[in-house]
Design a protein around this ligand. Structure first.
Ligand code: ZN
Length: 420
């Protein structure tokens, strides 16, 4: 039986600490049997048995099949009850909404996607998002929602769950995204920048909880997510990694953020489209001009495809973007010393042409020690990445960050998760 007095909410006794550790060991696969838990924790057999029974009684763990025998009686395996709750994941893009449901182990069990312009503002956009989620929930077995994560294409104050001065999201400044979702789902909600969420997805793929990684997204805009020893570095206000608005060289171009000479105003997808149109106006010929003359709208994706097809104008634009991005990221490499830089977003669609340009400038401009073991790789560029990363964010917040606050009630509630 669980002794409520000892497992009181917030009571960080040794008993609680070991109980939470055991649940997490089974959850992450670090240990799957009672003897293994004993070996890894150094706790005696009796104590392990008590803690495991408590975790089973609280609904976090369950007994599974008998494991392989090592001579004597085979120990029974333990499993984490990943089916007890659902994680709702929402990924808002500039031009789409992607939602999904995940079980507590991060497996995506349902998803939906639609085209949508985020400039329609927060009220309409979040209403549409919630409607998509409700449609998915109607197809499930009625499991409760344990957590919601929302990724947005702009700066987020992670502590308050509000969007702050987003350049491409008019009407969203200061909007309390977290409250809107908490009111609807009655579950704890975390809101983060979309690039941070993509960095978390990389941590899942690489199965490396201590990785030093930069996820660089070069799409219409440019942003970076930083994992320092496996932990997202959000900075004091959530603005860390906003590399798209660092000044490059002596550029005089006006950025959509209002400043002059930002990296994305020279090297972002929207800047490339602008430069392509200008070059065509000035008489450039080739594949891009043909598309343009046929009335097609030029996009970063089209520029990348044309570059791969050998179009001279597209190649020049892509190479210039890669060079500028490489120069900006080189400063970050010297400061931060990552082991991996992952390049995603529409511009990564240009493939090796882009990566080679970035690599060249990073290796030229960074210190030898900082680049000795550095790898620069393309992302998977899979549309499901934001869902994987969003589920990972919820799992981290539930079981690493806030677990001691809510575990005693067996279910995460907004009140308990937020209690400091
Ligand atoms: Zn800017």
């Amino acid at each position: 039986m669980v002794r409520e007095s000892a497992l009181r909410f917030g009571a960080q006794t040794d008993e609680v600490t070991s109980l939470l550790r055991i649940v997490n060991m089974v959850r992450t696969g670090e240990a799957t049997t009672r003897p293994e838990i004993g070996r890894l924790t150094g706790l005696g057999r009796g104590v392990v048995t008590q803690r495991v029974e408590a975790a089973i009684a609280m609904g976090f763990l369950e007994d599974g099949a008998f494991g392989p025998s090592s001579g004597g009686r085979a120990p029974r395996t333990l499993g984490f009850r990943s089916d007890r709750g659902l994680i709702v994941v929402c990924a808002l893009g500039a031009l789409h909404i992607h939602v999904g449901l995940a079980s507590l182990d991060g497996v995506i069990i349902a998803q939906d996607h639609r085209a949508w312009e985020i400039v329609r503002g927060p009220a309409e956009t979040l209403e549409a998002t919630i409607a998509m989620v409700e449609k998915l929930l109607a197809t499930t077995d009625g499991r409760p929602v344990w957590a919601v994560t929302v990724g947005v294409p702009g700066p987020v104050d992670f502590e308050s769950g509000t969007v702050v001065a987003p350049p491409i999201m008019p009407g969203w400044n200061g909007f309390d995204v977290r409250r809107r979702f908490e009111q609807h789902f009655q579950a704890p909600v975390w809101v983060d920048n979309d690039v941070n969420i993509l960095a978390l997805a990389e941590r899942v793929h690489r199965r490396d909880d201590a990785i030093d990684l930069i996820y660089l997204k070069v799409g219409t805009g440019i942003g970076a997510g930083l994992l320092s020893h496996g932990h997202l570095h959000r900075g004091a206000n959530g603005a860390a990694g906003d590399i798209g608005h660092v000044r490059v060289g002596d550029s005089e171009v006006i950025c959509r953020c209002g400043k002059i000479g930002c990296l994305e105003a020279e090297a972002g997808g929207w800047a490339l489209v602008r430069d392509a149109e200008r070059a065509i106006g000035d008489g450039a010929v080739g594949v891009l001009k043909t598309h343009h003359d046929a009335g097609e709208q030029l996009t970063p994706e089209l520029i990348c495809v044309s570059a791969r097809d050998g179009d001279a104008l597209a190649i020049a634009l892509v190479q210039r973007s890669a060079r500028l991005v490489g120069e900006s990221i080189a400063a970050l490499v010297n400061m931060f010393n990552p082991s991996v830089i992952v390049i995603g977003g529409a511009m990564a669609g240009a493939g090796e042409i882009y990566l080679a340009g970035v690599r060249q400038r990073v290796y030229e401009l960074s210190l030898p020690l900082a680049t000795r073991d550095l790898v620069i790789q393309p992302s998977n560029n899979d549309v499901a990445e934001p869902l994987l990363g969003g589920a990972e964010l919820a799992i981290e917040q539930l079981f690493d960050v806030t677990f001691p606050r809510w575990f005693a009630s067996g279910v995460p509630t907004i009140e308990r998760v937020r209690a400091a």
